[in-house]
Ligand binder design. Structure first.
Ligand SMILES: Cc1cc2nc3c(=O)[nH]c(=O)nc-3n(C[C@H](O)[C@H](O)[C@H](O)COP(=O)(O)OP(=O)(O)OC[C@H]3O[C@@H](n4cnc5c(N)ncnc54)[C@H](O)[C@@H]3O)c2cc1C
Length: 461
């Protein structure tokens, strides 16, 4: 099968059982993997068209992947389009836009934009794929000032199930353009590239304050109160975890529950320290990486680790957080007998206002995003059934998120981590938008050929 496909494309095609097949289908997420009949490393949009047309003729399914950061359930059989070779980025400084290939990470876009005094709406980890992040919404370091990354997409180049390459714009195909921006990349076709807006940001004041939650269990509540009054130039999040007492972990953090408050201030840099000051009294500061930095170094703000891992997350978007629930969340996750990370993001500002041209991003009124993640080691096992996402881990994720039921408004597309079933995906979107999304899916992929990490059905929901 792979040999036949290879005759239709210019990029390499890998068959099951080869090292190249395993290397290409394996990404950041190790609890799940695609098991396609063939992996094609597409060299360009022509290869994507040929692969989709080849699969369509044979009744096979198609999935796309760049880094595997956002992998949902793995696809069984079919064709996996690996996009890493399609990593071109072209900046138009006059129009303040970038055309971003499907294989480009945010870091590549950041580096291409920086010499022009511009920045994209990238997120905490510049190593994630810019296309998938953006079409899922995309909550970045400048989110409260400029909105979702999806709010600033100008054009999407998309190969649909009929094997056509379309330039999808508001003027040309308003329904598909609406659905792609917030409804994600995977359900409507394979994206070969897109044009996005850039912003005049060269430097930020940012980094992380590591607060000692063991000494001050109320640290999250202090952060919550602080977020209630910060300007829109400030976007922040908290990652709370218990650091193991082992070598390699900085001394002051070993064995302690720590809230890492990560933030980016894009107002006048000299004002940054003053805005952040109230946080310093929240709890003993174990480590402080705040400084003025070029946006090109924005990966240092959250300074996330990028080793492949087996992880699952449960997310909820809320219209508020209350003190009692935050205290219980701190207690519950601090006592977990396995590695668990609580991740909160402050939303609002431009995220709530929305773009000039409406899109499918849901729940703009949400004030915060909460994700509870658990880690099952490297998940090296080929069979997800044998991996170690245990019942206790699932229960903790669900119970921790349920503490905020009273304030729940929906779920985030990108901040969910791991697979979501159709019911969970339904909760990503506003009720008024669900039927329209399924209509767009049915119009462009009636047979449900595309396997997406966030499945949108072709029929009723
Ligand atoms: C460490 C980490 C930090 C993150 N930080 C943020 C953040 O700050 N803000 C935020 O909003 N999100 C964040 N995310 C979530 C991230 O935006 C999503 O996981 C995103 O989908 C990753 O894109 P990818 O291409 O790297 O991943 P992949 O796993 O390669 O792709 C994810 C899915 O997107 C679809 N897809 C990918 N490429 C294409 C294509 N060319 N055409 C069609 N469909 C495609 C497929 O369904 C695929 O399964 C983070 C994730 C991680 C793991």
């Amino acid at each position: 099968m792979a040999a036949d496909l290879a005759g239709h494309v210019s990029g390499p095609v890998h068959a099951p059982g080869t090292d190249a097949y395993d290397a290409t289908r394996t990404g950041m997420q190790r609890l799940d993997r695609h098991r396609p009949d063939a992996v094609v490393e597409a060299a360009d949009a022509g290869d994507v068209r040929a692969a989709v047309a080849w699969a369509a003729k044979r009744g096979l399914r198609v999935a796309a992947q760049l880094t595997g950061h956002g992998l949902g359930a793995g696809m069984e059989g079919g064709v996996l389009v690996a996009t890493r070779r399609m990593d071109g980025v072209r900046v138009d400084p006059d129009r303040r836009t970038a055309w971003v290939g499907a294989g480009a990470t945010w870091q590549a876009v950041i580096e291409a934009a920086a010499p022009h005094g511009l920045a994209p709406l990238s997120g905490s980890a510049p190593s994630v794929g810019a296309v998938s992040y953006t079409l899922g919404g995309g909550v970045g370091l400048l989110a409260r000032r400029y909105g979702f990354a999806a709010d600033h997409v100008r054009r999407v180049d998309l190969v649909t199930a009929d094997g056509r390459l379309r330039e999808v714009t508001e003027g040309g195909d308003p329904d598909l353009f609406w659905a792609l921006r917030g409804g994600g990349a995977g359900a409507f076709g394979v994206v070969t590239g897109m044009e996005v807006g850039l912003f005049p940001v060269t430097r930020v004041y940012g980094g992380s304050l590591f607060l000692d939650v063991t000494a001050e269990p109320g640290a999250l509540e202090v952060w919550r109160r602080w977020t209630a009054s910060v300007p829109e130039e400030l976007t922040s999040g908290v990652s709370m975890l218990v650091y193991p007492d082992v070598e390699g972990v900085p001394g002051p953090m070993r064995g302690r529950q720590v809230a890492q408050v990560s933030l980016a201030w894009s107002g006048p840099p000299e004002e940054g320290p003053k805005v952040v000051e109230p946080l310093r009294s929240a709890a003993p500061v174990l480590m402080d990486t705040l400084r003025e930095l070029p946006y090109a170094e924005s990966g240092a703000v959250f300074d996330e680790h990028h080793d492949p891992a087996g992880f699952r997350g449960r997310n909820v978007l809320v219209d508020g957080l209350d003190e009692g629930a935050l205290a219980e969340l701190t207690r519950m996750t601090g006592a977990a007998p396995f590695f668990c990370v609580v991740s909160l993001r402050h939303l609002g500002g431009a995220l709530a206002r929305g773009p000039e041209t409406a899109n499918a991003v849901g729940h703009r009124g949400a004030a915060y995003s909460l994700t509870v993640m658990t880690f099952a080691g490297t998940g090296a096992s080929e069979n997800p059934e044998e991996a170690e996402d245990t019942e206790a881990m699932r229960e903790l994720r669900e119970e921790a998120v349920a503490l905020f039921d009273e304030h729940a408004v929906g779920r985030s597309f990108t901040l969910g981590f791991g697979p979501m079933d159709e019911q969970e995906v339904r909760e990503v979107f506003d009720a008024r938008d669900r039927a329209r999304l399924t209509r767009v899916r049915a119009a462009h992929d009636p047979r449900g050929m595309f396997h997406s990490n966030r499945p949108i059905p072709t029929g009723g929901w």
